[in-house]
Design a protein around this ligand. Structure first.
Ligand code: MN
Length: 702
């Protein structure tokens, strides 16, 4: 633990004007207030706030922030009061400690007690003074470092989950990658202990077999740069388990397949040296195509700057990642906001908001709410399970109901974007549209040329706005389809009677049928509310009794019907058993009172159908249809995820999933996927069969 004089000396080292007396008094007050309280580790409690303060000295924060860190748990956990803190340490420290205390209170309340009012206060405090957030993040980091002392697994997991979902993304948003990474690694260890152990062990084995690679490569990079006149400090390290695990998940790779498990950082004097160093590295080792990124000319939305590349080194052709940046860029990347933070320049908190507009957005959400109820409805943040906060690629904040998907996000941004949404990327990676978003996700919507929301989306969207928009579109589309179908039926009847549908004929006919216009007649025919005979009788009274060539004429008319812009469940009904998709040879059956059902030509259920057979074909603009496949997979973690990822990678949507049966080794899943065509489906089946987790994948026609 840091001793009193050590802490003060650390602050003095970067800020000679720091208020030594303030720090000393805070230290003594905290030690006294926490008294004999103990941490789960058995350490005296006051060691915790002191360590938190220590973490913040690494960020070279001002004396008031350090004092706040020392005092941050006194109101919550001891007899000390807000008034006391304010009286003894002044209004600034009082306000900061109050902010951190409010934040901590929200954490310890049960789900239902987490009232929006508290949240608003805390967020207002936070955005008025970013120092509150910095203390809170350091507090969380230290608690994560000591989490293993907490005996109850359930509690450890809850804290780890919260860290992963809330605090690590928060640290990332303000560019504090150092904090973010450590939080993630620590949380990962508690959330996925098996995966974490597995990766740690394999890393150890790799280290044994390849020797001191990190060391060797570090000096090789340093050497080649020095020989070309660039003074660079090079550090190398193995990637941490969580970052490796995430890559394995993202790229669907096993540990062995993943080669760039080592990363090197090259720190040079100025920007032009960054590019020179890059050229030298690329000249010395072959670069891996597609991995070079220039975040100096195009910084990330949170201000991050650096050059990233991957190269092949050594006889064993190991792939390594190299990041090249200046000292300043490095400090900004590690400490984010804190590195060039307004307080250092003696400005007020406003510049933090200017630099990080998402803070401003969050504030607006909170301030716009008219009543506490509305606030509760609109502004529940991260810890509140029924809301999720996500970001556009430009860093704009959107708040959506929990369980929201990219489709909900698209409709939240703009109804046009929702209507023309065809795919989505979350955190830069293509995902299925039904993917549930989590806090901090960055969502990018891929737009199609036509506005054609898929009716199947209704089954998985979470927001009322998206659901209403999809329904509206389905109703509209259905009406169009019915009108077109009715027009063809009406033309067929007129053709058979050899009458032209002039106003002179139509007017009286509509009168007889008690309909007010031609579209309503078309709809009535398409929906089978009127038979052809009734319409014929209305057009030419007495016609129905005449012998007719109805059958052949009708067959001919029906033959011209295409399934254009097919909408499942509307106008045409696709057989639930054979599940036709575009490219299948199909046949329609017209029922006396009901929609036309469409079957694959060899569907077993065709024999059960009574009704007129129609020769139907797929229209040119068919949107796609859901096919059902049965996939047998090994019982292993991540099997379904790899399945879903592969389907998504082939631009198909999973619209339904059911576990058919499962035994010790395998389980069989029935997956409904929306595909463009038979060919598309065949491609997906082939891809699925390549997956390590998949035993077999077949189309099902029950
Ligand atoms: Mn604490």
């Amino acid at each position: 633990m840091l001793r009193q004089y050590e802490l003060v000396e650390r602050v003095k080292a970067y800020d000679p004007d720091a208020d030594e007396d303030l720090l000393n008094r805070a230290y003594v007050f905290s030690v006294k207030a926490h008294g004999s309280q103990l941490r789960a580790s058995g350490d005296p409690y006051f060691s915790h706030p002191i360590q938190v303060a220590g973490i913040l000295t690494d960020l070279e924060l001002d004396d008031k922030t350090i004092a706040t860190a020392i005092l941050h748990d006194t109101i919550e956990d001891t007899v000390a009061t807000q008034e006391e803190i304010e009286r003894l340490f002044g209004p600034d420290v009082g306000r900061l400690v109050d902010g951190v205390t409010k934040l901590s209170k929200i954490e310890t309340q049960t789900e239902s007690e987490r009232q929006a009012e508290n949240l608003r206060k805390f967020l207002l405090a936070m955005s008025n003074d970013i120092r509150v957030l910095l203390v809170k993040l350091a507090d969380r980091l230290h608690n994560m470092r000591t989490l293993h002392h907490i005996p109850k697994e359930e509690k450890r997991r809850r804290i780890a989950r919260e860290t992963m979902d809330i605090y690590a993304p928060l640290a990332e948003r303000i560019g504090m990658y150092g904090f973010m990474e450590e939080m993630q690694e620590l949380a990962f260890r508690h959330l996925e202990p098996e995966a974490s152990d597995m990766i740690t062990q394999r890393m150890a084995r790799l280290r044994e077999t390849t020797g001191a690679n990190v060391h060797r490569i570090t000096s090789a990079i340093e050497g080649v740069l020095r020989s070309r006149g660039i003074a660079a400090s090079v550090t190398g390290r193995e990637k941490r388990p969580y970052s490796i695990w995430r890559k394995m998940q993202a790229r669907q790779m096993s540990f062995e397949q993943l080669s760039d498990v080592m990363a090197f950082r090259v720190i040079v004097d100025d920007e032009s040296d960054c590019y020179r160093a890059l050229g030298i590295v690329h000249g010395r080792w072959p670069m891996v195509p597609g991995r070079f990124k220039d975040f100096i000319s195009t910084p990330k939305s949170n201000g991050y700057r650096s050059l990233h590349t991957s190269v092949l080194v050594g006889g064993e052709a190991a792939r390594i990642e190299v990041q090249i940046r200046t000292r300043l860029m490095h400090e900004e990347a590690e400490y984010g906001l804190a590195a060039h933070w307004a307080y250092k320049q003696g400005k007020d908190g406003a510049s933090a908001r200017e630099a990080y507009p998402w803070l401003e957005d969050l504030l607006e959400v909170l301030q716009d709410a008219a009543s506490p109820e509305e606030l509760l409805e609109n502004a529940r943040l991260a810890m509140f399970q029924d809301q999720v906060f996500v970001f556009t690629p430009k860093g704009e904040l959107y708040q959506l109901p929990g369980d929201s998907t990219p489709v909900d996000f698209a409709y939240a941004v703009h109804s046009d974007l929702g209507d023309s949404c065809v795919g989505a990327k979350v955190n830069g990676r293509a995902v299925p549209l039904r993917t549930r978003l989590v806090n901090g996700d960055q969502v990018e919507i891929l737009k199609g040329k036509v506005k054609s929301p898929d009716p199947a989306w209704e089954a998985f969207v979470a927001s009322a706005k998206a659901r209403a928009a999809i329904r509206r579109h389905v109703r509209h589309k259905r009406r169009e389809e019915l009108l077109a179908m009715g027009a063809k039926l009406l033309d067929a009847v007129a053709g058979r009677l050899k009458v032209a549908l002039t106003d002179e004929i139509m007017g009286p006919a509509l009168g007889r049928l008690k309909l007010h216009d031609r579209p309503s007649l078309q709809l009535a025919m398409a929906e089978n509310r009127l038979t052809d005979e009734e319409v014929a009788e209305a057009l030419v009274p007495g016609a129905a009794s005449r012998p007719s060539r109805a059958r052949s004429a009708r067959a001919k008319a029906a033959a011209s019907i295409s399934i254009e812009g097919l909408t499942p469940g509307v106008g045409f009904l696709l057989c639930d058993h054979c599940r036709p998709v575009p490219g299948d040879r199909i046949v329609g059956v017209r029922h006396p009172d009901g929609p036309i059902s469409v079957h694959v030509i060899d569907c077993d259920h065709l024999v059960d159908e009574s009704g007129e057979w129609l020769d139907v074909k797929w229209g040119a603009e068919t949107a796609g249809a859901a096919a059902r496949i049965a996939v047998v997979v090994h019982n292993q973690p991540g099997a379904l995820a790899s399945l879903a990822a592969s389907i998504a990678a082939h631009n198909a949507n999973i619209v339904g999933l059911a576990l058919k049966h499962r035994d010790r080794e395998f389980h069989t899943d029935l997956v409904d996927i929306e595909v463009e065509s038979v060919t598309h489906l065949a491609t997906i089946l082939t891809a699925l069969r390549q997956l390590q987790a998949v035993v077999s994948a077949e189309r099902v026609r029950l």
